[in-house]
Design a protein around this ligand. Structure first.
Ligand code: ADP
Ligand code: MG
Length: 584
């Protein structure tokens, strides 16, 4: 072993900088936070060379006195906290006093600043952590910082940067996050010589926020997002979220803020996905801009050098508040699909479905459905489809149930409906901890490779919580000894269990996604199959159960369980002047 020796200062500082400054976007994030902490109302950002050449940010905040300009670059120098306890009432983004120090260690940085009320501005230039020049500068408002040649002295880090377009997308994301969390601040963002976004400042609560959300996510999103709100136990949630029918293939449209800080937080993410669970198909994701406000004392923001993570004090019911806020907004906006015509060549035109929507002829969302009909979703009460006077007319192809619903036509996909009913009951039982299970008379043997059995046994507890008891039986056989009682009608428990195991094996089943899949899979297998003849009594029971669902209008995979043509619509389709008089 060679002798121990302390690292030279400049090596140590570059290593330390590595924690805070991972890529150009980290520089931008820190500088934006500083500008916001300085009370800036207008911030201009300019990027060149995907942030490798130049990151320039000019703010109109409080500025720095000449003697503070150099101090700001010292390690652990901050104007924001004095003692550890200050973290519990933190109102600024910064507190570690190491961002400028870190950036300066791995770049060539210039700061020009003038303190409010002072005449003189001061300029400091630092290269790789060493003072290069400092002198008086022509007066200008606020602070301007230019970071050039990022990672010029840490080539290893420079090598790890991704393609220009990837780095640029990270940079843009950082600006978006700052813009979303600070609607009262005006931002411009130029990259490679072009203005990419311009956000004008607006104040005034929800309207301002919605306007900002729309200008960040795009006007079309902004118009359609639902607003979810809830206050409970010291926590406040305010979110703009996709309606249940407009989900996306990517997760990229999700922004979560805790006390205005952009964060990645597992609990919040899981809570979001829980709220969408009844509506979400596989690989469909909501757009979400969510602001959570929590008392600073209930929050640990000092978990990670980049402050990307926060921890909540145990007992802070974040999951609950977020799920409830979103679920409520989603359900309120939910309605049953209506049959609407689509345009020529199978291309969806606008929905002219319900009587209400028809007059306005508003284009509304059209789900994929075989031509010549598509399904559209007007807004309204979630249970408008249900009536005590449903009259059962029969079954089509032993697959669809047909009802006279107060003069209109209601079609139900019996398989999809049954799936949804089981799915919701099963979830409710699991969540309330009141899952009923049944012991199998004979254990059900399932053959699997050793690795598969290992993996399943590693998830034994989780499976047990889901109502399945398994045990190893020989090297390559697994015995299922118990299943959820809810599924007593399952035709083929073996196949059901196989699919569940498949699912456990192919996912990190801790994720909400995987659990959703597994549950949907089980419900699907256990559901009545299409092609079952149903008696009138069974058909009615099915509708009743569907009505008791949180959302009975779509199956766990997001397909509709029902279609409707109401009496007005029938009349319209037949070219009648109006629906026939009631009881006439
Ligand atoms: P922190 O933000 O954690 O305090 P930084 O290294 O980011 O640490 O900044 C050090 C100090 O420099 C800040 O506490 C602040 O006083 C000052 N400062 C940095 N940027 C600005 C700015 N744009 N306007 C005014 N003061 C600034
Ligand atoms: Mg800072």
């Amino acid at each position: 072993m060679p002798a121990l020796r302390p690292l030279p200062e400049d090596v140590a500082s570059r290593i330390a900088a590595g924690e805070v400054i991972e890529r150009p976007a980290s520089v931008l994030k820190e500088l934006l936070e500083n500008a916001l902490d300085a009370g800036a109302k207008k911030i201009d950002v300019e990027i060149r060379g995907a942030g490798r050449e130049l990151i320039r940010i000019a703010d109109n905040g409080t500025g720095l006195a000449p003697e503070d300009c150099r101090l700001a670059f010292e390690r652990h120098t901050t104007s924001k906290i004095r003692k550890l306890e200050d973290l519990e009432k933190l109102s600024t983004f910064g507190f570690r006093g190491e961002a400028l120090f870190s950036i300066a260690a791995v770049s060539k940085i210039t700061l020009v600043s003038r303190a409010q009320g002072k005449r003189k501005a001061w300029r400091v230039e630092i290269h790789g952590g060493k003072l290069h020049k400092e002198h008086e500068a022509p007066p200008s408002a606020g602070t301007t910082i230019e970071v050039r040649e990022l990672f010029f002295n840490t080539p290893a880090r420079a090598k790890f940067l991704k393609s220009d377009s990837t780095e640029r997308s990270h940079l843009a994301r950082v600006v978006e996050e700052a813009a979303l969390a600070n609607p009262a601040v005006a931002f411009t963002y130029s990259s490679e010589g072009r203005v990419r976004s311009r956000y004008t400042a607006s104040t005034g609560g929800e309207t301002a926020l919605r306007r900002r959300v729309a200008s960040v996510l795009g006007e079309e999103y902004g118009r359609n997002l639902l607003c979810a709100q809830r206050k409970s136990g010291g926590l406040t949630v305010r979110a703009f979220i996709s309606p249940a029918e407009t989900l996306h293939a990517s997760r990229g449209l999700q922004y979560v803020f805790v006390n205005r800080r952009p964060v990645v937080n597992r609990t919040v993410s899981q809570a979001i996905y829980r709220a969408y669970e009844p509506f979400r198909g596989r690989n469909r994701h909501p757009a979400v801009v969510l602001f959570l406000e929590a008392p600073a004392a209930a929050l640990d923001v000092n978990v990670h050098p980049t402050k990307r993570e926060v921890r909540f004090q145990p007992g802070t019911d974040v999951y609950q508040v977020v799920t409830q806020a979103l679920s409520k907004a989603l359900l309120e906006a939910k309605d049953i699909p209506t049959i609407v015509p689509v345009g020529a060549a199978g291309r969806h035109t606008q929905a002219v479905g319900t009587s209400g929507a028809r007059a306005a002829a508003q284009p509304s969302f059209v789900l994929d459905a075989p031509a010549p009909y598509a399904v559209a979703k007007p807004r309204g009460d979630a249970r408008v489809w249900y009536s005590d006077h449903l009259r059962y007319l029969g079954q089509i192809e032993r697959t669809y149930l047909v009802f006279d619903a107060e003069g209109g036509l209601l079609l139900i996909d019996q398989h999809a409906a049954q799936e949804k009913i089981l799915f919701e009951r099963y979830l409710t039982q699991i969540e309330s901890g009141k899952l009923h299970t049944q012991k199998l008379m004979l254990p059900l043997p399932i053959d699997l490779p050793v690795s598969g059995i290992e993996k399943i046994l590693a998830k034994k507890k989780r499976l047990s919580r889901a109502g399945f008891e398994v045990e190893a039986f020989g090297k390559t056989t697994l015995n299922v000894t118990s299943t959820p009682a809810l599924f007593h009608k399952a035709r083929d428990i073996k196949e059901m269990v196989h699919r569940l195991l498949d699912n456990v094996l192919s996912h990190d089943s801790a994720s909400a996604d995987a659990r959703y899949d597994a549950t949907a899979t089980i419900a699907c297998k256990a559901a009545v199959k299409a092609h079952d003849a149903l008696s009138e009594k069974e058909a009615r029971a099915l509708v009743k159960d569907l009505r008791a669902c949180k959302d009975g209008t779509c199956c766990p995979h997001g397909r509709p369980t029902m279609l409707r043509l109401d009496r007005d619509e029938l009349a319209r389709r037949f070219g009648r002047p109006g629906a026939p008089p009631r009881n006439g």
